[in-house]
Write a protein that binds this ligand. Structure first.
Ligand code: ATP
Length: 340
């Protein structure tokens, strides 16, 4: 099911939570809505679900105006961060719940238990149908929540920080697992997260929100390679900002000259990630002094001082370098924006 948001606006009292958002999610696509707290992600998701209504604009499900489709008939499955399962029901009964109450497609008892068994297999919880929610782990509970959402054969899956309460390793496993389930079922999916790594790992397309507006959207590769603003560069993380001045489409940084054809003359900000920097003993480059060496599995992280800025970069484990050593930094790639 294709979903389209067309110039959607949502205001709470006088606060505009969503500003003129237009977005298309193609049938079968997995799109992540990514943004900091308060950027409007949940509000957008709730409008797609039919739990909130836009003040302006339209939401279309497969070309049909969704305003006219009641929540129950939208064919939407949800999983929330704290979508508590019914504690007094077994895992199997939790999964079956939606099928028993659905008015549309009545199923026999035998059909329901066959479908529950199939879903338990899909979410890799075979054999746990008789347990109660308190007897399984947090990650397993979220898998049950997903099985419950899938039980009614939704056309659209809405996930709001579904793994937010789980620890990092479990989250990583569940991401891989969700990706596999998505590949198998191909349900149009909108996934809300404020975790960059999660969005980039999971999604076909990432939509970045800031203050209720879409500031950039594209494949994970496109948004990480060509962030279109300082905000996106900073938000995607692991970046250094170096202050400089742009003049005639160029920025001078120590002995280096960087091209910045689109940047107006005046104060500028150069953004580099640790992986964009290389350490050399001889120039040309930006003069730097090593202030700290941190040994990590697979790499050595150097903290260096360059022109008043503390920067970090990684070198191969066998590189011999010591604190206090002077050298040069080569900037392999950077993004430059006018200072905000
Ligand atoms: N029912 C409401 N009444 C008033 N303000 C609201 C309501 N719901 C959301 N807001 C405000 O709208 C803005 C966007 O909220 P929303 O929950 O959509 O953000 P979010 O990006 O999902 O944030 P988070 O990651 O913290 O959940 C916030 O400033 C929030 O305080």
């Amino acid at each position: 099911m294709k979903i389209a948001l067309d110039h959607v606006v949502k205001t709470f009292n006088t606060f505009r939570a969503v500003h003129d958002v237009s977005l298309t999610v193609e049938s079968g696509e997995l799109v992540a809505l990514l943004g900091p707290s308060g950027s409007g992600k949940t509000t957008l998701l709730r409008m797609v679900a039919g739990l909130e209504f836009p003040d302006d604009g339209h939401i279309l499900f497969g070309g049909e105006d969704a305003t006219l489709i009641p929540v129950r008939e939208r064919g939407v499955g949800f999983v929330f961060q704290h979508y508590a399962l019914f504690p007094h029901m077994t895992v199997a009964d939790n999964i079956a719940f939606g099928m028993r109450t659905a008015r549309a497609a009545k199923r026999s008892r035998a059909e329901i238990s066959a479908r529950v068994a199939e879903l338990l297999r899909l979410v890799q919880l075979d054999g746990l149908g008789d347990r109660f929610p308190a007897q399984i782990s947090g990650g397993q509970r979220q898998r049950v929540a997903l099985a419950r959402a899938l039980a009614v054969d939704p056309k659209v899956l809405l996930l709001d920080e579904p793994f937010g309460a789980l620890d990092a390793n479990v989250r990583r496993d569940l991401r891989r697992w969700l990706r596999e389930i998505h590949a198998e079922l191909g349900i149009t999916t909108l996934f809300v997260t404020h975790d960059q790594e999660e969005a980039l790992d999971l999604a076909d397309r990432v939509v970045i929100l800031h203050q209720g507006k879409i500031v950039q959207q594209g494949t994970p590769r496109a948004v990480t390679r060509t962030p279109n603003s300082a905000f996106v560069m900073r938000f995607l993380g692991d970046t250094h900002r170096i202050s400089a001045r742009a003049q005639g489409g160029r920025v001078e940084l120590g002995a280096l000259t960087l091209d910045a054809p689109d940047v107006a003359d005046g104060p500028a900000e150069i953004y580099v990630r640790p992986a964009d920097l290389e350490w050399t003993r001889s120039g040309p480059g930006l003069a730097a002094t090593v202030t700290r060496v941190i040994d990590r599995p697979g790499a050595r992280r150097l903290q260096v001082l360059a022109g008043g800025d503390v920067l970090e970069l990684d070198v191969a484990p066998e590189v011999e370098v010591a604190e206090g050593e002077a050298g040069q930094l080569r900037i392999v790639r950077s993004r430059i924006f006018a200072a905000s």
